[in-house]
Each structure stands twice: as C-alpha cells, then as structure tokens.
Design a protein around this ligand. Structure first.
Ligand SMILES: [Zn+2]
Length: 336
C-alpha cells in the first residue's frame, strides 16, 4: 500500500467529490453509546495464526509471478480447502509501473457458498519486491519478506476459516486473497505522477469480475498489516466515509470484548488500499483494518517496506485483538 502523505496530495479531491455524490457522512455523529448483544463465538488462536505467517514466509518473498509466489499460493489454497472452504483461483493480466505485464492470481475461499447473504473478508497475499522504505539505501532493492505486510492478513483469515469448521457462522463468508497489491512505483523512481494507479492491481481484477458476475456481499473487511508489534488501529478515513456504520460496529465490539487499546476511537489516514477498489468498483462497503503509528518513519510502523518485516517483529497479541474482534463480528451476524 502507499503511504498516506502522497495520497493526501493526490487523491483527496477525488474521494471528497465521490462522498458528496453519496450524500456524505459525518463520522462524529455516528457514535452510539448503547452496547451490542454478543453472540457466543469460538476462540481465535493467535499461535495458530502466527504459524500461518511463518509458513507463508518460509516460501520466501511472494512477489507476483515468482516461483515462491506460485508455491505459497498453492499452500494458501490447500489450507483453505483443508479447513472446509470451496476454493477458486482467479487470474487476470496486470500492468506494472514500468509497463511489465504479469498474471495476477487472486485466491477466493468460500464458506456456506449456497447462502446469498454474504460477508467479504480480504487481504493481499503478495509481498513487496523492494524494501524501498528501509533506512539503509543498500537495502532498497532487497525484497520484503512481508510477515506483516501480506502474510498477517492471510494468516488471520486462515485461522478464522479453521475455527469456523466446528461452529459455522450463519452467514456465508468469502475470504479473498488479492495478488499484486504491493507492486506500486518504487520510491527511487523520479516520475511518480501516475503512482496511484500502480498499487492494488489484483483487487482491481477481482472487483471488475465481481461486477460482471453480480457478486454481492453485505460488507467487506480488509486486513492489511494486522500483526506488527506496537500496532494500534485508528479509524481509517476512507472506511469511515464509505462504510461508517461498519467501522462503528467493529470498533464498538472491540471495546466490548476488551481490545479498546488496539482499536482507539481516533482518526487514521486516507489510504490507497485494496478496499478502495472494493468500495468504488465492486460497490461493496468495505473497511480497512490497518495500523496507524503517530511517530516513526512510517505511519504503517517501523518495519513497513523494510528488510525487518519478518516474523520476529509480529506480536501475537495484535493478531489476537484483530482476530477475536472479527470472530465476534462475524458470529454476531445473522442470515436474513
Ligand atoms: Zn506494502
């Protein structure tokens, strides 16, 4: 994903005009003080999610189109299938910042596929080819291992799918792993004027096909970098504008089950992330759970797009806060 300072300058106007067309929403007015009744739900096991991060990282960096990517994609498919999901691969041509064409491979895993009342969970599964935000210039062309930026979101989805085998939720769930999220224009390129178009390519493919097929979901939740040590999740602002009630519900549930520290009621950035394509192309309201660091070299945390995005910098407590809150959210939903 790209950093928010660039997005502020490039995309804010575009988004603001689209909010006006939708009628807009005032986030400060959406907070209600009543509590949400909690349906009993299984325990999300952070150690299990941690293992899925390590297993993805053992393939090496998962750069779109690489052999490591192919093998890790096969692993992700096999795990979802093992956990009882109906799996599907989706390929589509994407064009990188330098004109290179690649096949992106999205992975879709569905639970309760006959149910027309569905909720979408998504995360990117590729990892960035370049550590171009590393403090040391000599590392800028080294691939990122992507324990947090890539593997963590997929790992949380795998663990959710695993625990749903024994106690199925009443709605249908689609887990979508997007390829080619993190192939955006490197920081060393001088011409970055078209940079916004170069990120989130796999989700563009998915969203286009979702429109063709008439795919519908009640709402979506994107998980991006949901395991980094020290992470807290402020309310990402595109999410608030497109899917404010979902943001309110998830943050409220987090507080009710004891994770308010991880989900503060503060404002995060405006991000170009896969949820933008889900919202704008597929027209499904989708929020982004993404860390927000007030201080440091990046608002996404100290390991973002560096060689230090490794499993030892993942905190299972962060995975648990995100995973258990999502579990509560999904089991609270009743099929209509
Ligand atoms: Zn990234």
């Amino acid at each position: 994903m790209k950093s928010k300072n660039i997005l502020f300058s490039c995309l804010l106007g575009v988004f603001m005009s689209s909010f006006a067309a939708c009628g807009g929403r005032t986030p400060s007015n959406t907070h209600r003080v009543d509590t949400i009744p909690l349906t009993s739900c299984p325990d999300f096991l952070p150690d299990s999610a941690m293992r899925y991060i390590e297993e993805q990282c053992q393939f090496g960096p998962r750069i779109t189109g690489s052999e490591e990517s192919r093998l890790c994609g096969d692993y992700i498919l096999a795990k979802f299938r093992q956990f009882g999901a109906q799996v599907e691969e989706q390929y589509g041509k994407v064009t990188l910042y330098d004109g290179t064409n690649l096949q992106a491979r999205n992975i879709i895993a569905s639970l309760n596929p006959q149910c027309s009342d569905r909720i979408l969970l998504c995360a990117h599964w590729d990892s960035r080819p370049w550590a171009d935000n590393d403090a040391e210039e000599k590392n800028h062309k080294t691939p990122v291992l992507g324990a947090n930026d890539g593997a963590s979101g997929v790992a949380v989805m795998l663990e959710l799918c695993r625990i749903m085998q024994t106690q199925p939720p009443s709605v249908g769930i689609d887990f979508v792993c997007f390829d080619a999220e993190d192939m955006g224009t490197p920081q060393w390129e001088e011409d970055r004027s078209e940079s916004d178009e170069t990120w989130c390519l796999g989700s563009q493919v998915w969203a286009g096909k979702a429109v063709e097929k008439g795919y519908q979901a009640r709402y979506g939740v994107l998980l991006d970098m949901v395991g980094g040590r020290g992470s807290t999740f402020a309310r990402e602002q595109i999410s608030v504008r497109f899917a404010g009630p979902i943001v309110d519900m998830l943050w409220k549930l987090a507080a009710q089950i004891g994770f308010s520290h991880f989900f503060p009621r503060t404002e995060g950035g405006w991000l170009m992330d896969d949820h933008v394509n889900v919202n704008r192309i597929a027209q499904i309201p989708c929020i982004d759970i993404v860390p927000y660091f007030e201080d440091g070299p990046s608002s996404f945390g100290p390991t973002w797009h560096t060689i230090y995005d490794t499993p030892d910098n993942i905190d299972p407590n962060v995975l648990e806060a995100v995973g258990q809150t999502l579990t509560q959210l999904l089991y609270n939903e009743k099929a209509r």
